[in-house]
Design a protein around this ligand. Structure first.
Ligand SMILES: Cc1cc2nc3c(=O)[nH]c(=O)nc-3n(C[C@H](O)[C@H](O)[C@H](O)COP(=O)(O)OP(=O)(O)OC[C@H]3O[C@@H](n4cnc5c(N)ncnc54)[C@H](O)[C@@H]3O)c2cc1C
Length: 471
């Protein structure tokens, strides 16, 4: 890139937006130089962790973001946007001459428009703060990623996030109505908050899943919902995961949209809900919410569909328990310090291929020596198919081999997913961990994606190495 020294880049940025915007605290700098990818955490624990970026800057306005990007484009300095750092794919990995733009000071809630069911916030607002403000006003966004308290509203868009209530409310792309963003050149663009438009290609998609490679989102407008009048919960045990998957298909095919449909395989059900089910049963959690009459009808229909497929009602207890613990965040570090690595891999495919994908990925991961356990659940269901969210734990004989083992397991899972006709990521995104498989999934369209990114960012400054192969 520019060949400029980290110190001179830091000085330039301080001159541009004020020295008080540039972070001094080494702990804060260390936190902003990575996301929550387990390999980034592992590397940060090593005796020689990766070097800090040239600077971490916390702008307070879109104009300041624009000034930073204008400078970076002109001087060809890499820029890495940082929302709240909860990404799990290695989307944030600046080198020693990069500027990290931390959106943490841009967290104003701009407006809650209850009449039009719209809410607007600055991109750095934490998800939990946004939802709490909506709740106080009698609304909800309906978007509940497990990381709601750890992630920013801009980060949700940049990673194409999915929440736990997605079957009813949709994923972030269904909720994302309008935005303000700064292009790599420093130009500021805005779109209108309208219910729908037929005004050419939809520019929201440049930023949905852009992972910071297309510019920096500074403000987002989302659709919101009045808080539901009624809620019903039920858990259903199935003899096998296969029976459960087929039941999911029938429920959504019939037109029902429970907010939550989570189906755990026997390993995960046994681990989290052992008291509620028999040995080797799968468990489906259902939560319906909305208008009272609709919820009553939906619950009855879902229960009948489950019974037809051999499901056994086990009451609301497991759903209550899940609701209580659903945002408890497992710490990677504890395992890493014991020489063990734990991670999750979420993929998706259509109904005709789902059994093959579920079995194929588990078989492939289990064939890697060093794998201790692998399991899966489905958490996001559509009329056309569903996702599987795999969890694995592995331990090499020598902890120096942790990364090699980790990447062997990921390669096994990615290859098996592609072989089963699935998508390599349902909602965590690409970052660095999946980057090498993206061209395989997209085929010739990968070149289109690269061309679009280059057209927006001719200087190649935006988050180099994330999402796309480095230039
Ligand atoms: C315990 C845990 C549970 C999780 N559960 C879920 C879940 O249920 N559903 C889900 O979808 N994800 C989940 N995630 C993943 C993560 O929370 C999401 O990817 C989230 O959307 C990231 O938001 P963030 O603000 O933390 O982004 P960051 O990690 O800060 O950034 C993610 C990427 O987006 C870019 N970026 C961030 N902000 C901007 C911006 N304003 N403009 C342009 N680019 C930007 C960054 O450069 C980076 O490439 C989970 C993560 C953890 C650690």
């Amino acid at each position: 890139m520019s060949g400029r020294s980290p110190a001179s880049i830091r000085d330039d940025v301080a001159r541009l937006v004020g020295a008080d915007r540039v972070v001094d605290d080494p702990t804060r700098i260390a936190r902003a130089r990575r996301d929550s990818w387990v390999i980034a955490v592992w590397r940060s624990l090593q005796a020689t962790p990766p070097p800090p970026p040239a600077c971490v800057v916390r702008p307070r306005s879109t104009a300041e973001v624009s000034a930073i990007l204008r400078y970076a484009s002109r001087e060809r300095v890499a820029v890495v946007p940082f929302g709240a750092g909860s990404g799990v794919c290695g989307g944030i990995d600046p080198d020693a001459t990069s500027i990290v733009v931390d959106l943490g000071e841009m967290r104003a809630l701009r407006a809650i428009d209850g009449h039009n069911l719209l809410a607007t916030a600055e991109a750095g607002l934490l998800g939990s703060e946004f939802e709490a403000a909506l709740n106080d006003a009698g609304y909800s966004m309906g978007h509940f990623p497990q990381s709601i308290a750890l992630s920013s509203v801009g980060g949700w868009v940049a990673t194409r996030s999915a929440g736990q209530f997605s079957t009813k409310y949709g994923n972030i792309e269904q909720m994302f109505v309008a935005f303000e963003a700064v292009l790599p050149s420093g130009e500021i663009i805005r779109t209108r908050a309208v219910p729908r438009a037929s005004t050419g290609p939809d520019l929201r998609h440049l930023f949905l899943g852009g992972e910071g490679t297309t510019g920096i989102l500074t403000e987002v407008t989302f659709e919101i919902h009045p808080r539901p009048a009624a809620t019903e919960r039920q858990a259903i045990a199935f003899p096998t995961m296969r029976d459960g998957l087929e039941t999911l298909r029938r429920i959504v095919r019939a037109g029902w949209r429970p907010a939550v449909l989570r189906l755990y395989d026997e390993i995960e059900a046994g681990r989290a809900f052992a008291g509620a089910i028999g040995a080797s049963e799968s468990l489906l959690l259902v939560l319906c919410e909305g208008p009272t009459a609709l919820v009553a009808a939906e619950r009855a229909a879902v229960e009948a569909t489950c019974a037809e497929a051999g499901g056994r009602l086990v009451g609301s207890g497991p759903v209550e328990s899940w609701l209580h613990h659903r945002n408890t965040v497992p710490g990677f570090e504890v395992f890493l310090r014991q020489g063990m690595i734990v991670d999750t891999i979420e993929v998706a495919t259509t109904w005709d291929k789902i059994d093959r994908l579920y079995a194929g990925v588990l078989t492939a991961m289990r064939a890697v020596p060093g794998l201790i356990v692998a399991s899966g659940h489905s958490s996001h269901t559509y009329p056309t198919g569903t996702n599987i969210y795999f969890t694995f734990a592995a331990k090499p004989d020598d902890s120096a081999d942790i990364e090699a083992l980790y990447f062997r397991i990921w390669a096994a899972a990615m290859e098996a997913t592609l072989a089963a006709g699935g998508t390599i990521s349902h909602h965590h995104g690409i970052g660095r961990v999946r980057r090498e498989w993206l061209p395989r999934e997209l085929g010739a369209a990968y070149g289109t994606l690269v061309a679009l990114q280059r057209a927006l960012d001719p200087a190649g400054i935006m988050n180099p190495g994330a999402l796309l192969r480095p230039r």
